[in-house]
Ligand binder design. Structure first.
Ligand code: NIG
Ligand code: FE
Length: 416
């Protein structure tokens, strides 16, 4: 398929750089009013004023897109999802509507364990087919990179099966998005190990980490009271780091436990959720350069307070935004609603929100060298809105105003 394209007549806005934008830098977008982008074999050759666009050799290779004066941005990076899962949990959603809490359902053997039971019975092929349905919808909302976690197996074979499903999706030559795999064997203590958390950590370290090496770039853990507390988390993450994985944490989601501080201590790439982060945790993460990945759809769904985005940004940290799509705490992959909630409830500016979903999301999956901004040498992950003004993004509350999505130079979604 053709992945050489020339886009003209664009109002281009993009963060700049090859690493996370921190603090006040998150607000600065580089805008060119009448811009052109030249993409050769999926890579950006030129992004700048149309008047300075270089001539290309062999113009017939290129398809041409007239953006019609519409806003053009980098593709979005959804850097935290649980995209692969068996079954659904609408019953738990209803119990929560009646006052049950997420953790009490989990402690009764439901929650994550319920999805584990369903995932263990599915084939890798079936899991991948189901996930593709979500991927197609994400692509239509402008997502060009998605992170996908394992973590509904909690035994070596099923964790490997989930990573196999992710690999099938990622290596499909027609795949719309770039997919980054994370090993989340430490998502919960499985029922077989109830009351024996340290033994399950031993199993992950001795058996699972060697088995998943090379199949996932990141290791993640649900650091939470009554799940993996700080000491177990530290022991597991240190072993994962030694085995060559980059680190992520589900940190301070339900209670203030010190997950953010631990992420900073261990040099994690990101700590995620952070609804109940301490002030010390914010400071430590800012000082250590750990990306704060905030997931407003989860706070919304669980009726929890939103994460303190302003505190992070005002302390000089890099904030990323992601959906957390999963069958339990947040059954939504809605980028439009993520944008609206970030602006309305987390007091992020529109520019900060765009930075959080592009270059900072890319940094959260260690891909800021390749994607997240519209600059020469980066992959051509580009979206065209249906409006000339990117400030319309949060105004479209929960509605999609992305018109065309280009992933690594290929048009993968058109919402005409
Ligand atoms: O990010 N809290 C831990 N993990 C997920 C939820 C997973 C589930 O409920 O299935 C989260 O919220
Ligand atoms: Fe999550």
């Amino acid at each position: 398929m053709n992945n050489s394209v020339i886009i003209t007549n664009a109002v281009m806005s993009t963060p700049l750089g090859r690493s996370a934008r921190k603090g006040a830098d998150m607000a600065s977008l580089h805008t060119v009013e009448k811009a052109a982008i030249v993409v050769t074999d999926g890579v950006i050759d030129y992004a700048g004023p149309q008047s300075d666009m270089p001539a290309v050799t062999d113009e017939s290779r290129y398809s041409h897109i007239d953006a019609g004066g519409c806003a053009v941005l980098p593709g979005f990076v959804d850097s935290h999802t649980h995209l692969i899962f068996g079954g659904y949990r609408p019953d738990e959603f209803e119990w929560r509507l009646k006052g049950d809490s997420y953790m009490s359902i989990m402690e009764r053997g439901g929650g994550i364990q319920s999805t584990v039971n369903a995932t263990r019975t599915e084939s890798a092929e079936a899991l991948a087919r189901k996930a593709q349905w979500f991927i197609d919808r994400m692509a239509a909302m402008g997502v060009t990179t998605v992170e996908a976690k394992s973590g509904y197996g909690l035994d070596t074979a099923t964790e490997l099966k989930m990573l196999d499903a992710i690999d099938r999706l990622a290596s499909d030559p027609n795949q719309k998005l770039r997919i980054v795999a994370t090993f989340l064997g430490a998502h919960a203590v499985p029922k077989e190990y109830k009351g024996r958390t340290a033994e399950y950590v031993d199993l992950m370290i001795s058996e699972m980490l060697p088995a998943v090496k090379g199949k996932a770039r990141f290791c993640d853990i649900f650091t939470e009271k009554n799940v993996f507390e700080i000491e177990d988390s530290r022991r597991f993450l240190k072993a994962a780091r030694e085995a060559g994985f980059k680190l992520k944490l589900h940190a301070d989601e339900i209670v203030t436990l010190g997950g953010a501080e631990l992420a900073a201590e261990l040099g994690a790439v990101s700590a995620d959720h952070l609804l109940h982060v301490s002030d010390q945790g914010v400071e430590d993460m800012a000082a250590a350069g750990v990306v704060a990945t905030l997931l407003p759809l989860t706070a919304f769904t669980l009726k929890e307070p939103y994460a303190p985005a302003r505190k992070f940004i005002d302390s000089g940290a890099a904030v990323a935004l992601a959906t957390d799509l999963n069958p339990g705490s947040c059954f939504s992959g809605s980028i439009p609603l993520t944008i609206a909630l970030a602006c309305i409830y987390m007091n992020m500016t529109i520019e900060e929100t765009i930075t959080a979903l592009t270059i900072n999301g890319a940094a959260a999956v260690d891909l800021a060298e390749r994607t997240g901004s519209l600059e020469q040498g980066k992959d051509a992950d580009i979206i065209i809105l249906n409006t000339d003004n990117y400030r319309m993004l949060p105004y479209y509350v929960g509605m999609n105003c992305v018109r065309t999505v280009i992933s690594r130079g290929r048009v993968v979604a058109k919402n005409d």
